[in-house]
Design a protein around this ligand. Structure first.
Ligand SMILES: O=c1ccn([C@@H]2O[C@H](COP(=O)(O)OP(=O)(O)O[C@H]3OC[C@@H](O)[C@H](O)[C@H]3O)[C@@H](O)[C@H]2O)c(=O)[nH]1
Length: 378
């Protein structure tokens, strides 16, 4: 029963809340007194309609609704495989500019999977718990093809997806890039390094686009409290890279299988560090699901190779009977690149595990099959 005493203390507790009957409990109808229904409304703060405090309908316990932008692409589709295997509901948004529906073929009949063909420069209205924002052309030949669209993708695409994260209270992870370090003046690259980027060059649409995307993430975090994660991805390779992708590993592996010359650009003394795609995806998932990670995190394999050395490894693993030819270097090509992964190791417990030779063998199997089947582009 409700006593005068409890009514007074509740009134004090909720001074701006609903008015309570000022009379004693004797004034309440007998029906109310015996019903046990509390006479207090919920306190004001609990009345606010905050979806993040509710259990959404249509959802399996402990499984998440996850949006992957760029999910039909190379890294995106491997990420989708992992998230689907874990039993989550996955929505992929992809414009198919560089992604391929065939990368997701195995999931199309699964009721937990949904594909939306849409460019992220258009707003999107879905309800999700996590957003992996990968959508953006990543190969230099693709991002330079329509640089204005690349910039729109990085700015407007990230803006739209951060707006979605803000509305739905979803955690948001963006795949940024080692290219934010530009042609780096410190080596290996640590996350604290601000980079050496040409703001008006041919690569700037990607480098500066990703830099402003990182800025947007931090402004949504500071201004709106959006829970963000930034992965700075270093060169990644593996099965499902497009055969016409134009990046060095896919070019060399495709050329070796077709017995064409391997096209080394410049002197071949520039360096890169190559991360196998399953390691990369593992790093992204760990970063997304670790609490309280402050600032960007490098995800890449720190074993560094010159491009000439890479050509030698591809010859050894895929096809020794090919030659190397030298072609001109593209403008602003970074001279050296290697991630410092101390932060990934200590904050998210991540370490790459796949050696270049092993990864190349797996990639060559996939490329051989696709070349045999004539599956070279879309
Ligand atoms: O056929 C080729 C292609 C490329 N290269 C050289 O190989 C190096 C790597 O070039 P890639 O095109 O593979 O990739 P880049 O390292 O220049 O850029 C990449 O950086 C990291 C990611 O964010 C992106 O995937 C991409 O922008 C460059 O020095 C390039 O000149 C060749 O020698 N031959």
């Amino acid at each position: 029963t409700v006593t005068e005493h409890s009514a007074v203390s509740a009134q004090e507790r909720y001074p701006t809340g609903p008015r309570l009957p000022s009379s004693s409990s004797d004034d309440l109808s007998p029906a109310f007194r015996s019903s046990g229904v509390p006479i207090l409304d919920a306190p004001e703060e609990e009345k606010v309609h905050d979806v993040s405090k509710l259990d959404p309908p249509n959802r399996r316990k402990n499984k998440k609704r996850i949006l992957v932008t760029g999910g039909a692409g190379f890294i995106g589709s491997h990420l989708v495989d992992r998230l689907m295997d874990e039993g989550n509901m996955v929505i992929v948004v992809d414009s198919l500019f560089t992604g391929k529906k065939s990368n997701l073929e195995r999931h199309f009949s699964n009721p937990r999977f949904e594909f939306i063909r849409q460019d992220v420069i258009e707003p999107l209205y879905v309800e999700v718990d996590q957003i992996y924002h990968l959508a953006c052309p990543a190969s230099p030949i693709h991002y330079k093809y329509n640089p204005i669209h690349t910039l729109k993708t990085s700015f407007m695409g990230t803006y739209n997806m951060l707006g979605l994260a803000k509305r739905t209270h979803a955690r948001f992870l963006i795949t940024s890039t080692s290219e934010v370090y530009g042609d780096p003046l410190i080596h290996p690259q640590v996350e604290e390094y601000w980079g050496n980027v040409n703001p008006i060059g041919e690569r700037s649409c990607y480098d500066e686009g990703k830099r402003v995307a990182e800025t947007l993430c931090y402004d949504f975090k500071r201004q709106n409290g959006v829970d963000i994660r930034i992965a700075r991805i270093f060169n990644t390779y593996g099965p499902r890279m497009a055969l016409n992708d134009g990046r060095v590993v896919s070019n060399f592996v495709g050329q070796a299988i077709r017995r064409e010359e391997l096209t080394v650009q410049g002197t071949g003394n520039q360096t890169r560090s190559f991360c196998y795609v399953s390691d990369q995806v593992d790093g992204l998932i760990r970063l997304m699901n670790t609490e309280d990670v402050e600032g960007p995190v490098n995800i890449g394999n720190p074993t560094e190779f010159t491009i000439k050395e890479l050509a030698d490894v591809v010859k050894e693993v895929v096809e020794p009977r090919v030659d190397v030819t030298y072609t001109p270097l593209t403008p602003d090509d970074p001279k050296q690149r290697k991630p410092d992964i101390t932060k990934a190791q200590s904050k998210i417990g991540w370490n790459p595990t796949v050696e270049l030779r092993d990864g190349l063998k797996l990639m060559a199997l996939d490329f051989k099959e696709r070349i045999k089947n004539g599956d070279e582009g879309w």
